[in-house]
Design a protein around this ligand. Structure first.
Ligand SMILES: NC(=O)c1ccc[n+]([C@@H]2O[C@H](COP(=O)([O-])OP(=O)(O)OC[C@H]3O[C@@H](n4cnc5c(N)ncnc54)[C@H](OP(=O)(O)O)[C@@H]3O)[C@@H](O)[C@H]2O)c1
Length: 230
């Protein structure tokens, strides 16, 4: 049984990934703000363990309290930084608070969570950062998504940097740049668009990747999309 932390587990891709991992028999610390949705996740059927943890990832004290109360001296095998927000607004109308929120949740929260967990990682562990095709160099770009895409681009480069810095500790770091998946967030970005992929399908892929890919892949920014350039 591996110890796994996943953020953004209350809905969408994070919910599906957390459930898939618990069905594979692992212990999953499922993080989000919505405690009622995390309780729904906990009520699902699985052979492992789901520990719902209500955390606002923009709060350092919430993160510290999670570590103190749940992690303590436990060894962590996998951290999936999946939580994200998306603000769809033309660049010229965007305000500093929009940019701060995008960066706080999509970039700064993973940074502080990784720092908080760093000493608890096992010597063959894997950090998987969930990026986006919008933040992948050379992909198609869309009006209104500058702040979101820039935050995801920064997350992908952070992954490359940390893979080097953590190599001696046996911690692999990769970034999966997802294409469209049918979730609430997709509806905010592209209202009415029907994605080719469901959360359960990509959740199954992310779960398998997070458990095994660190044996073969490190420091990579990987596009996970059906179209090209995405
Ligand atoms: N769907 C797509 O097409 C797509 C494409 C590319 C990349 N992605 C990426 O995939 C990830 C999951 O996206 P999704 O589509 O599943 O989105 P979603 O359905 O909107 O879910 C977002 C998750 O993030 C959590 N979250 C947001 N702010 C938080 C905060 N301050 N503290 C803790 N948790 C927070 C939400 O939980 P609470 O609201 O309960 O806190 C929720 O569980 C995101 O990083 C997204 O950028 C998605």
């Amino acid at each position: 049984m591996k110890n796994i932390i996943i953020t953004g587990a209350s809905k969408g891709i994070g919910y599906a990934t957390a459930l898939n991992l618990a069905k594979k028999g692992h212990r999953v610390f499922a993080i989000a703000r919505s405690s009622s949705q995390l309780e729904e996740l906990q009520k699902e059927k699985y052979s492992g363990e789901i520990i719902p943890v209500t955390v606002d990832l923009t709060s350092q004290s919430d993160i510290d309290s999670f570590i103190t109360h749940h992690i303590n001296d436990l060894k962590i095998n996998v951290l999936i930084n999946n939580a994200g927000v998306l603000i769809n607004k033309p660049f010229i109308e965007s305000e500093i608070k929009d940019w701060m929120l995008q960066l706080e949740v999509n970039l700064i929260a993973p940074i502080f969570l990784i720092k908080a967990v760093k000493n608890q990682f096992s010597s063959d562990s894997h950090i998987v950062n969930i990026g986006s095709m919008g933040g992948y160099q050379g992909s198609s770009k869309f009006p209104g998504l500058a702040a979101y895409s820039a935050s995801k681009g920064a997350l992908s480069i952070l992954s490359e940097c940390l893979s080097t810095e953590f190599a001696e500790d046996g911690i692999a770091v990769n970034c999966l740049c997802l294409g469209a998946v049918q979730t609430e967030m997709l509806g905010q970005a592209f209202p009415g668009y029907q994605a080719p992929t469901q959360p359960e399908e990509i959740g199954s892929f992310i779960a398998e990747f997070s458990l095994t890919a660190h044996n073969f892949i490190n420091g990579k920014i990987i596009p996970v999309a059906l179209n090209n350039p995405g």
